[in-house]
Ligand binder design. Structure first.
Ligand code: ZN
Length: 141
């Protein structure tokens, strides 16, 4: 099985069986994301214990790329600190937009590298990550 097949399988699997999908109540932060180009909509809910993301769940309707990306993201950032999650956001953003060097360091998230070079798909894959970033950044003073 070559790498592209592997990536496609990860995306299909997470689209069919999204992880951490459903309501989270009560949540500490709730944020909506919308990608008008494709119509992807999601609501991201997070719970914190101190600086740690203790739980994260999502709801919404999106294309396969958007759903799989959100599912992979929730798996990847659950249990991480805000700073670790923001660092991961940066790495994935680079993966989607700049280059795929050392993509394997990102584990399953490397599957998202398949969309690089397709700007419309990049929007689908990065929607949840931008929503996460907004949810983690303190509001500007
Ligand atoms: Zn989409």
């Amino acid at each position: 099985m070559d790498l592209q097949d592997l990536y496609r399988d990860v995306i299909l699997d997470h689209n069919r069986k999204p992880r951490n999908f459903g309501p989270l109540d009560p949540a500490d932060v709730s944020l909506e994301g919308f990608n008008p180009l494709c119509g992807d909509r999601l609501t991201l809910r997070l719970k914190f214990v101190g600086d740690l993301i203790s739980d994260i769940r999502f709801e919404g309707q999106g294309c396969a790329i958007s759903t799989a990306s959100t599912s992979l993201m929730t798996e990847a950032v659950k249990g991480k600190t805000r700073d670790q999650a923001l660092a991961l956001f940066k790495r994935v953003h680079e993966l989607l937009t700049i280059d795929t060097a050392n993509a394997d360091e990102l584990g399953k998230l490397a599957a998202l590298s398949g969309v690089r070079g397709y700007p419309a798909r990049v929007k689908c894959a990065s929607l949840c990550w931008h929503t996460l970033e907004s949810a983690l950044r303190p509001p500007a003073a």
